[in-house]
Design a protein around this ligand. Sequence first.
Ligand code: SF4
Length: 170
Amino acid sequence: MSDVSYKIKPSTFANLPGGFTARQIAASISPKFLELIILPTEKCNFRCTYCYEDFEIGAMSEGTILGIENLISRRVPTLEKLRLSWFGGEPLVAKKIVLRIASHAKLVCEQHNVNFDGGLTTNAYLLTSDLAALLISLKQNFFQITLDGWKAAHDDRRKRADGLGTFDQI
Ligand code: SF4
């Protein structure tokens, strides 16, 4: 074990190579900011050639959903900000879970005047305009959507589970 100790001055944060500001670093370690990264399912309607998922784990169990809702209810009164980040698998394959937990979180945050938002890393295949409007009404208003180049290159890498291309629908 090394006996070297490190001292980090606050001014160091402003010079981090990643370009983060001191405010961003402070927010990331503040107990008043909570970000939950939630995988409501590991299943997906795509089979991208580079994907690392095995797609075995399906929708989150009722017990896990209740656990997340309880965690939100307990933590929100101590927070200034709550953020939900949805990941998968494809989170919209389990959209009922996304909508349920986001609805709960929005309600609790409103009751305690806590800033609330969220977003999805999604392949967007199931993201209709109606569903997008519903998600945005629940403050889930950031969407990270990947296109792997133009149609030919994209469809070569990002196929549906049945092998068809996805570019046009996205
Ligand atoms: S959309 Fe994401 S989870 Fe689905 S197959 Fe592609 S990389 Fe994997």
